[in-house]
Write a protein that binds this ligand. Structure first.
Ligand code: PHE
Length: 462
C-alpha cells in the first residue's frame, strides 16, 4: 500500500509548525528573550537556528522522505547493509513515547484552566493568593488531574486514529491559523494596557525589555540557552520530524519547508512574548519576586492573577487557555504519531488498534507522572519527582543524543549524492544544487558541533 502523504505544501507546513509551536514558545521563550538581552537574544537565537537546529530539522525530514519509513526504520533502510545505525530506531520511538506521557499531563492542566476560565474563575473577586493557591491544590490532588489528563490524551488519540490526512493534516489546518490569530490578538491586548495606578512599570516598558538589544546581558550562557531552546523548540531529536518527513509530498522543497517552519516558530514565540511580558509589567508582576516569570508557574499562577486584574480579563483568559490547548495538542499529536506509526509499520497492527495501545501505555506512564505531584511525591530520583526526572532525562540527554545520531548519520554515513538528490528533488531545484556545498558543511561539521555543545552544556551547565 502506498504511504499516506500530506495533501499540500501548506498542509505540510502547518503540520510541522504545529509540532514546533508548543509550550516552550509560550512559557520559556518570552522569559529568555527578556532575560538574555532582548533584540540581542533574537540575533543569537537566529544564528543558532540557522547554523544548527534548522540543518538538523532539514536532515530529519530529508531522511524521513528518502527512507519512506517511520522514525524506527528510517536509518536502517538507508544504511542497508549496516548493523550499527538501525539500532537507534528504538531510541527514536522511546523518546516521544516518554515525552507524550508527561506532556499530556500538562495538556490536562490546561484543559482544567480553560474550563475554569469559562466558568469566570479568574476575576477580581478572588485575591492573588487564592488564585495562585489553586494550582498547588489541583496538581497534588489525586483524581482531578487524572480526569483532565484523560480528556486531553483521548483527544490526541482520536485525531491520530483518524489518520495522516484526515486527522493530523486537517486538524492542523484548522488549529494553527486559529492559534496564530488568537496569539496576535492577545499580544495587541497586552501591549495596549494603559498605565495602572500605583504601579511603576508599564506595558511599554515590557515591550522595550523584550526588544531593545542589551548586549551587556550576553555571555557564554546566552549561547547555550539559545541553542538549547532552538533545539527543543523545533521538535528535533525526537523521531518526529523523521516520521513527518516520510509523509511529505515528493515535490515539496525540503529546504524551504525547514526554513519556513523554523521562522514561523520564531515569529510565534516572539508574538507570545508580546502577549505575556507587557501584561506582566503593566500589573507589576514581573518585578514581584513572589510571582513565577517562566514555566508552569507563569501559565497557571501568574497569568491567571494578571487576567483577574485586567479589564475584560475573563475573556482574555478564555482565549489564552484555548490557545495553550491548541499549541499543546498539535505538539502532542506529533509525539503520539511516532509510536503509532511504528506499531503500524512493524507490528502489523491497524492504526486504531495501535492508537489504543499507545493510549493505554502513555496514559499509565502519565498517571505516575501526574501522581508524582501528590501521593507519589515522596518517590524521587536524584531529588526530582518522577515527572521532573523524565523531563530532565529526555530533554537534556536523550534528545541531544538522538539529534547527534541523526546529523552524524546524514553527514558521515549517507552518500553525499543521495542527500543532494533528495534536497534538489532529483536535480530539479537548481538553486539548491548551487547552495549545496554550504548546506553540506553545516550538516557535516557545524550542526554536529552545535548539538555536542547542547549536550555538554546540559551535563555541565546545570
Ligand atoms: N517544540 C515544542 C515546544 O516548543 C515542544 C516539543 C518538543 C514538542 C518535542 C514535541 C516534541 O514547546
Amino acid at each position: 500500500m502506498a504511504r499516506e502523504k500530506f495533501s499540500s505544501t501548506l498542509g505540510s507546513l502547518l503540520v510541522l509548525a504545529g509540532s514546533a509551536v508548543g509550550l516552550g514558545n509560550i512559557w520559556r521563550f518570552p522569559y529568555m528573550l527578556g532575560e538574555y538581552g532582548g533584540g540581542a537574544f533574537i540575533l543569537i537565537y537566529l544564528v543558532c537556528m540557522m547554523l544548527v537546529s534548522m540543518p538538523i530539522l532539514l536532515v530529519e525530514i530529508l531522511i524521513g522522505r528518502r527512507s519512506q519509513k517511520t522514525a524506527y526504520g528510517s536509518l536502517g533502510v538507508i544504511d542497508r547493509d549496516g548493523k550499527v545505525w538501525k539500532n537507534f530506531g528504538s531510541l527514536f520511538v522511546l523518546i516521544p513515547t516518554i515525552t507524550v506521557s508527561y506532556y499530556s499531563v500538562i495538556g490536562g492542566w490546561t484543559v482544567k484552566y480553560f474550563i475554569d476560565s469559562c466558568a469566570l474563575k479568574f476575576t477580581a473577586d478572588s485575591s492573588a493568593l487564592e488564585i495562585t493557591g489553586v494550582f498547588g491544590d489541583f496538581v497534588s490532588s489525586p483524581w482531578a488531574p487524572m480526569i483532565y489528563h484523560l480528556v486531553f490524551l483521548l483527544a490526541v488519540c482520536v485525531i491520530i486514529a483518524l489518520g495522516v490526512k484526515k486527522g493530523i493534516e486537517q486538524f492542523s489546518k484548522v488549529m494553527m491559523p486559529m492559534l496564530f490569530v488568537i496569539m496576535l490578538l492577545l499580544a495587541i491586548r497586552s501591549m495596549t494596557i494603559p498605565a495602572q495606578p500605583g504601579i511603576s512599570q508599564t506595558a511599554a516598558q515590557g515591550v522595550r525589555y523584550l526588544f531593545v538589544p542589551d548586549f551587556s546581558k550576553v555571555g557564554a550562557s546566552t549561547f547555550a540557552a539559545a541553542l538549547g531552546q532552538a533545539f527543543f523548540s523545533l521538535s528535533i531529536g525526537m523521531g518526529i520530524m523523521l516520521t513527518y518527513g516520510s509523509y511529505l509530498p515528493k515535490k515539496d522543497n525540503l529546504a524551504k519547508t525547514a526554513a519556513y517552519t523554523s521562522v514561523f516558530d520564531l515569529i510565534f514565540a516572539v508574538i507570545a512574548g508580546c502577549a505575556v511580558i507587557p501584561a506582566m509589567f503593566a500589573y507589576g508582576m514581573y518585578s514581584n519576586p513572589e510571582m513565577a516569570v517562566n514555566g508552569p508557574g507563569l501559565v497557571y499562577k501568574t497569568l491567571p492573577v494578571v487576567f483577574s486584574q485586567m479589564p475584560l480579563g475573563s475573556v482574555v483568559a478564555i482565549f489564552f487557555f484555548f490557545a495553550v490547548i491548541l499549541a499543546a495538542l498539535t505538539s502532542a499529536m506529533s509525539l503520539f504519531e511516532v509510536p503509532v506509526s511504528w506499531l503500524v509499520e512493524t507490528g502489523r497492527m491497524k492504526r486504531p488498534a495501535a492508537c489504543v495501545t499507545v493510549f493505554v501505555l502513555t496514559y499509565v506512564i502519565g498517571l505516575v507522572c501526574s501522581l508524582s505531584f501528590g501521593v507519589l511525591s515522596g518517590f524521587t530520583i536524584k531529588d526530582m519527582n518522577f515527572f521532573d526526572a523524565l523531563d530532565h532525562v529526555t530533554a537534556n540527554f536523550l534528545m541531544p543524543l538522538a539529534g547527534f545520531v541523526v546529523v552524524l548519520f546524514a553527514g558521515w554515513k549517507m552518500k553525499k549524492s543521495d542527500i543532494m538528490d533528495e534536497l534538489t528533488n532529483g536535480g530539479e531545484l537548481k538553486g539548491l544544487a548551487k547552495a549545496f556545498p554550504v548546506i553540506y558543511v553545516l550538516i557535516r561539521y557545524v550542526a554536529p558541533i552545535g548539538v555536542l555543545a547542547v549536550f555538554l552544556s546540559s551535563i555541565f551547565g546545570n
